[in-house]
Ligand binder design. Structure first.
Ligand code: T4K
Length: 417
């Protein structure tokens, strides 16, 4: 795996920070993640095959091969490939016959809630556990009403939910259990790979994800009947040329995306190694800074795809947002996923203006999290520079806060044409 060479301007004192007038650490901004790009020759070989066959989508041989390889990789009976993770969620929700109310964390990418609302199902936002960042099973029981039909757990950052507790509640209360495993490809807990939990699990293979097909997703399940239903629903309900036996949509993955996936799949081991090394380097370099915690789940296998930092401004004296601004000025495009929480986004904030009162851990985390750059674009040198900026900011909270106040509007980065 090739590393991009970047020019880095390291900092010695607070005056060197870009927010205080110094030169940015990175002239070319560092994104929070960078897509896993396969060997172009292998990708083109697969694409050329599709072009020669003149078969570009609708259950082509590359999609069939990818589904088989993914099922083997995840050790699951079925893997139904889709055009993206959002449609995978929508399909799974529909195939599981969810309706009425479904319990879901607010601390997630908004697609999890939207996939329910899109089908006029009410998302009931549940709080998370501050130590794991995943849905709090203890709160779920209190949110169940006669209208509740299911629970969606989200393995946020690849941190596997308390699956045992969730499976117990679902079984006892007769609810469906779905997992949004968009972040959790390649993770495992309790001797089982993600993909095998609950009734089904969905993955996102978006460009920013650990395993990517550019755009894409999949639903993994060990339930034969559910898998068959999902395959029908993904293709308008067609069971033959002109025989439609189920309501459906267009959720198919195409051959170009499958080619990207097949070319990328053999390289995931390298990416885990790089991500793991990056995470360890961040953890070592940021250890001992009061009020800063690098999140790390305790589980059997983790893809290390996200480096999530928690900034406790009561201790640091510097707000997470001021630190974010200083990092951006230095060319480090950290992100505050999943601020401000789904319950504070539309339409949910209008529907449930007081939802935050029941979500204290979510609200606190939304004010603390910063996701830092990782993946093949960063190496020990760049992490050292990023950690150096953080260290200087935390050592000089007043100076940095004042510089941020003077700096004016924070403009979002736009990719160049
Ligand atoms: N459930 C969960 C828990 C999810 O996190 C997601 C998606 C879904 C469901 C839905 O799955 P999909 O329908 O997307 O398959 C990004 C992704 O667009 C989204 O897929 C992802 N979650 C979410 C966490 O992140 P943004 O708004 O942050 O995207 P953007 O364009 O700002 O990109 C993020 C970073 O990646 C930037 O720093 C730039 C860099 N980047 C991005 C692209 C597209 C690249 O370097 N190259 C690229 O090609 O949402």
């Amino acid at each position: 795996m090739q590393l991009m060479m970047r020019e880095i301007n390291k900092k010695a004192s607070v005056e060197d920070l870009a927010i205080c007038g110094g030169r940015p650490s990175f002239a070319t901004p560092l994104h929070v993640g960078s897509p896993l790009v396969p060997d172009p020759a292998e990708f083109l070989r697969l694409v050329n095959g599709a072009l020669e066959r003149n078969w570009l989508t609708n259950g082509g041989p590359l999609v069939i091969q990818l589904e088989a390889e993914l099922a083997k990789h995840l050790n699951v009976r079925h893997c139904v490939a889709t055009c993206n993770g959002t449609v995978a969620l929508e399909l799974a929700i529909r195939a599981l016959d969810l309706r009425g109310e479904v319990i879901v964390p607010s601390f997630t990418f908004v697609a999890t809630a939207h996939a329910l609302q899109w089908q006029e199902i009410t998302p009931i936002f549940c709080d998370i556990r501050p130590d794991t960042h995943t849905i709090d099973p203890e709160q779920i029981e209190r949110l169940i009403t006669p209208r509740t039909t299911g629970i969606i757990g989200v393995h946020v950052w690849g941190s596997v939910c308390d699956v045992g507790a969730l499976e117990g509640i679902a079984r006892r209360r007769g609810l469906a259990l779905l997992f949004d495993a968009a972040h959790a490809f390649g993770c495992a807990a309790g001797g089982r790979s993600v993909g095998n939990f609950g009734d089904a699990e969905i993955f996102s293979f978006h460009a920013t994800k650990f395993f990517t097909t550019v755009e894409g997703g999949a639903i993994a399940t060990n339930n034969d009947v559910l898998a068959e239903k999902l395959r029908l629903m993904r293709n308008f309900g067609f069971a033959g040329y002109d025989r439609v036996i189920h309501v459906g949509t267009n959720g198919k993955m195409n051959e170009m995306c499958a080619a990207m996936g097949l070319a990328n799949l053999p390289h995931l081991g390298d990416l885990v190694d790089r991500n793991t090394h990056n995470h360890q380097t961040y953890s070592t370099l940021l250890a001992g800074i009061r009020g800063i915690r690098v999140y790390s789940p305790k589980q059997e296998r983790w893809n290390h795809q996200y480096v999530a930092l928690e900034v406790d401004s009561n201790v640091t004296g510097l707000s997470r947002d001021s630190l974010l601004r200083a990092l951006h000025e230095d060319g480090v495009l950290a992100r505050r996923y999943f601020y401000p929480g789904c319950h504070r986004m539309e339409p949910y904030r209008s529907y449930y203006p007081n939802a935050g009162l029941l979500l204290p851990a979510t609200e606190q985390l939304c004010d603390r999290v910063l996701v830092l750059p990782t993946g093949k674009q960063v190496d020990a040198d760049s992490i050292e520079a990023i950690a150096g900026v953080i260290r200087l900011c935390i050592a000089n909270p007043e100076r940095v806060s004042n510089a941020v106040s003077r700096a004016g509007e924070h403009r979002e980065y736009q990719p160049q044409a």
